[in-house]
Design a protein. Structure first.
Length: 276
């Protein structure tokens, strides 16, 4: 039997969708209960009282009627943070959209996501501050591999356990191979030592430390190639938001210098490209 309760909850608005003539469906990632879909009656009517609090790229504390099956309902808003820079900058918009899409696909609805609520909060706040948004997205991609069920071995060679030799990534072996075992997989990714270094570092990196990370454009492009291979072949996920970023100039080609980042993007993405 479905259960329901009226309670406070903290949430990040993942996407909105028009429903019928005057209503709206909004999906939140909640800190306490995971992803939930909310029915907002009258949200498209002029003068709707919670219109400003339910804009794209908002997060906050809400009071709602939460149900473990079907649609939930929002009764009121206690406090809200609006990520203004993301909403105004089309490149920041692209990265924020992509990391939220990944979170939506990685976890089932109605199940708590543990530390990942705070992880997404941190990622979005960093992107909103224009702190290396492409790097932030890379960290999220790598660390989400485990929730996706891939969990590659990035600590040492999957065959012998050595980490003191040059390493490369093997999809067939589900992680790293040391130089002594490269012959076992002729289709290994042939990645540079720098790309492997960042792949390993980002798998355990605290997002709060991204300010101190600098990645050369060539290494960034190679890391992007590795992650694309893993997500396409091992995870089996290729999101519209990611394809859109690639089409708009890739993750690595700079248009102009941006603060705190030594490589730039010409990425354009509209926030409402949420669902795949």
């Amino acid at each position: 039997m479905a259960q329901q309760m009226v309670t406070n909850f903290n949430g990040i608005l993942l996407f909105r969708r028009d429903y019928r003539e005057r209503d709206m469906l909004i999906k939140f990632l909640t800190a306490e209960y995971g992803k939930k879909m909310f029915f907002i009656r009258g949200a498209r009517r002029r003068g709707f009282k919670m219109a400003a609090e339910l804009l794209p790229f908002t997060m906050g504390e809400y009071v709602g009627d939460l149900r473990d099956q079907g649609l939930s309902y929002i009764n009121s808003v206690k406090s809200v943070q609006y990520l203004e820079h993301i909403s105004q900058d089309i490149a920041l918009n692209a990265y924020a959209t992509y990391v939220m899409n990944l979170m939506d696909v990685a976890f089932p609805d109605n199940q708590p996501v543990g530390r990942w609520y705070q992880q997404l909060t941190s990622a979005l706040q960093l992107i909103d501050q224009d702190v290396a948004p492409a790097l932030v997205a890379n960290v999220v991609e790598i660390q989400l591999l485990q929730p996706f069920g891939v969990a590659p071995e990035l600590r040492w060679c999957t065959v012998c356990g050595r980490s003191d030799l040059p390493l490369d990534y093997s999809e067939s072996y589900g992680g790293l191979l040391c130089q002594q075992h490269w012959h076992l997989d002729p289709h290994r990714l042939h990645a540079s030592p720098a790309a492997i270094f960042y792949l390993r570092q980002f798998s355990v990196l605290d997002l709060a430390k991204v300010h101190s990370i600098k990645v050369k454009p060539r290494t960034a492009a190679e890391l992007r190639r590795i992650l694309d291979e893993i997500y396409q072949n091992s995870v089996g996920v290729r999101l519209k938001s990611k394809r859109f970023i690639d089409q708009m100039g890739s993750w690595y080609q700079p248009l102009a210098p941006r603060k705190n980042e030594d490589w730039q993007t010409n990425d354009h993405q509209l926030w409402w490209w949420r669902t795949e």
